[in-house]
Design a protein around this ligand. Sequence first.
Ligand code: SF4
Ligand code: SF4
Length: 72
Amino acid sequence: MKNLRYLDNVSTLVLDDEKCVGCSLCTEVCPHAVFEMAQNRALIVDLNACMECGACVTNCPSGAISVSPGVG
Ligand code: SF4
Ligand code: SF4
């Protein structure tokens, strides 16, 4: 998503790919296409697009994602 950007280099989003169970829910709920699936694991492909909404954290069944809203 090129024209709806948040601030660069401030997102607190962290993905622990060891905990990822490959459900792909984060790719479905993220409004800014921050994640993609690769080899049955989520990848952060556009960290700077994250606006720390928390939808991925809420929906991840394995606690693989964390984010601390509050910068913006
Ligand atoms: S916090 Fe929101 S914008 Fe950031 S990766 Fe998760 S769902 Fe996407
Ligand atoms: S929601 Fe969590 S478990 Fe599912 S693909 Fe994303 S990071 Fe992995």
